[in-house]
Design a protein around this ligand. Structure first.
Ligand code: SAH
Ligand code: SF4
Ligand code: F3S
Length: 473
């Protein structure tokens, strides 16, 4: 039993990061643990969690498990959770209730919780008191140890909790079962050291740890050989890539080298404005296969609130960077994240956020009401807005965001754009779907034989969140 500890999760030392080259080795005794059994994984949260689930799936398959065709029939359930806002908590425990119902009929079912919520002290306490019937809980630092945790849980027939609150290591060569044959997530760094005052990620994911360039480039080259068309370089703060490695090789150099592998499309998320430098912008502008799409979280348009958030930039610095990106990168599409009702946010502060949105006219934005996270400094700040006022601010912001999203999309009407056709469309199974270089979702009238290809598509209809188009040939 190893429980999470908030105090330990906060610690940052100057110790060198340990790189474990063989990050996963399966002991013979776990090889048949999943024989004739199926698994079901539900993933919440960000792309990093999505990618972790791809690793978890592959690890389970080394033990003989196969993916379940449906929720009801699975033998093993894992919920890979997100802790970024409170509402995730309710969703996860709603799902836990559904699994309990199945377990009452089939007591052999194994059920576990992993991911960022598992790193929270309060959540694990809640599990140990109210959900003791669960079988396993593990965190973000020990995915590679899943076979042993599962084995122990089955052997002891009781809840096995193994969560480390540490700075973390870098594990290479973890197996992966990718969800797509055309697009791949590639971790370039783990953790975060920015400690924005509202954010739980530095506590749930540990210290900022970059992977060495050679491992990233090997992974991308292999993906190119395997026919992948797109890679997305992942990190909470990708612009700071390499700063912890103590070498003079950063995100600009990495982007250049990844682009030079010849892969059709290179994307990256997320860019913290603080670390965005001119070299990076020049590289993005120079290479046609680095996509002109940047997610640049604003969080707030008030410099006063930005300071309270610990974001390290002012409204003016953000706008200067935004304008530079727009002027240097041809047709760049820029999206953002915004939090409303941060503790102490006045009407004036909020209006400044609206002003920045009016200036930047984002292609799209993810907007949130501030959610206090236990252990973060902002959770202790005085919050004196009513729920009604918080909701009103969110609605007002969303109206503006949607207006500009639609405006940005309207520019695409009758244009011809390149779309990577990924699969069948959710809204119509006779259509395909994919994304433009600028990350716009397009539903395309096209034959299934084109799945996996980048095609020229003429946009025939534009909506706020998607577009329709047809192939031109
Ligand atoms: N690393 C990214 C953000 C990852 S979290 C960055 O620095 O930009 C994704 C988004 O969730 C954040 O950009 C923020 O807008 C939102 N978020 C994070 N913590 C939050 C909280 N406590 N309440 C509400 N929204 C939050
Ligand atoms: Fe959270 Fe800030 Fe790190 Fe982003 S940069 S993950 S918002 S602490
Ligand atoms: Fe959520 Fe953890 Fe990602 S808190 S946003 S899943 S890093």
């Amino acid at each position: 039993m190893q429980l999470p500890n908030l105090k330990e999760a906060k610690v940052r030392t100057k110790n060198k990061i340990n790189i474990v080259k063989e990050g996963f080795i399966l002991d013979d005794k776990y090889k048949n643990l999943g024989k004739n059994k199926t698994y079901y994984i539900k993933t919440y949260g960000c792309q990093m969690n999505e990618h972790d689930s791809e690793n978890i799936k592959a690890i389970l398959e080394t033990m003989g498990f196969t993916e379940s065709a449906s929720f009801d029939s699975a033998d093993l359930f894992l919920l890979n959770t997100c802790a970024i806002r409170e509402n995730a908590h309710n969703k996860v425990f709603g799902m836990v209730g559904r699994i309990k119902h199945l377990k009452e009929q089939r007591p052999d079912i194994i059920a576990g919780i992993c991911g960022c919520m598992a790193q929270e002290e309060a959540v694990v306490e809640e599990i140990m008191t109210k959900y003791k019937w669960l079988d396993l809980v593990f965190g973000t630092h020990n995915i590679n140890n899943l076979p042993e945790i599962l084995y122990n849980s089955i052997k002891k027939q009781k809840l096995e909790v193994e969560v480390f609150s540490c700075e973390g290591e870098v594990y290479e060569n973890i197996p992966v079962k990718r969800d797509s044959k055309y697009k791949a997530w590639v971790n370039i760094m783990f953790g975060c050291d920015k400690f924005c005052t509202y954010c739980i990620v530095p506590y749930t994911r540990g210290k900022q740890r970059s992977r060495e360039p050679k491992y990233i480039l090997e992974e991308v080259k292999k993906l190119v050989e395997d026919g992948y068309k797109e890679v997305t370089l992942l990190g909470q703060n990708v612009n700071a890539y390499g700063k912890d490695l103590g070498i003079s090789y950063g995100m600009a150099e990495l982007l250049r080298d990844v682009a030079e592998t010849g892969i059709d499309r290179v994307r990256f998320v997320t860019s913290h404005p603080w670390d965005f430098n001119d070299e990076m912008i020049d590289i993005i502008a120079k290479y046609d296969n680095i996509m002109p799409y940047i997610h640049l979280p604003l969080q707030s348009g008030s410099s006063r609130i930005l300071k309270l958030m610990g974001r390290r930039y002012t409204k003016e610095e953000y706008i200067t960077l935004f304008n530079k990106l727009k002027s240097k990168i041809k047709n760049a599409s820029i999206t953002t994240d915004i939090i409303v009702a941060f503790p102490g946010e006045t009407e004036e502060d909020f209006n400044e956020t609206l002003e920045v949105v009016e200036k930047c006219k984002y292609d799209s934005a993810f907007t949130f009401i501030f959610s206090p996270r236990i252990g973060t400094p902002a959770a202790k700040m005085e919050d004196n807005l009513s729920q009604e006022e918080k909701n009103n601010r969110l609605y007002k912001l969303n109206d503006l965001v949607n207006k500009y999203a639609k405006e940005a999309n309207l520019k695409y009407q009758d244009q011809v754009v390149k779309v990577l056709l990924e699969g069948t469309s959710e809204k119509d199974e006779n259509m395909l779907m994919g994304y433009t270089e600028t990350m716009k979702l397009v539903n395309v009238k096209a034959d299934k034989k084109y799945i996996g290809q980048i095609k020229d598509v003429k946009i025939t209809d534009v909506k706020t969140w998607s577009m329709d188009g047809e192939l031109i040939d």
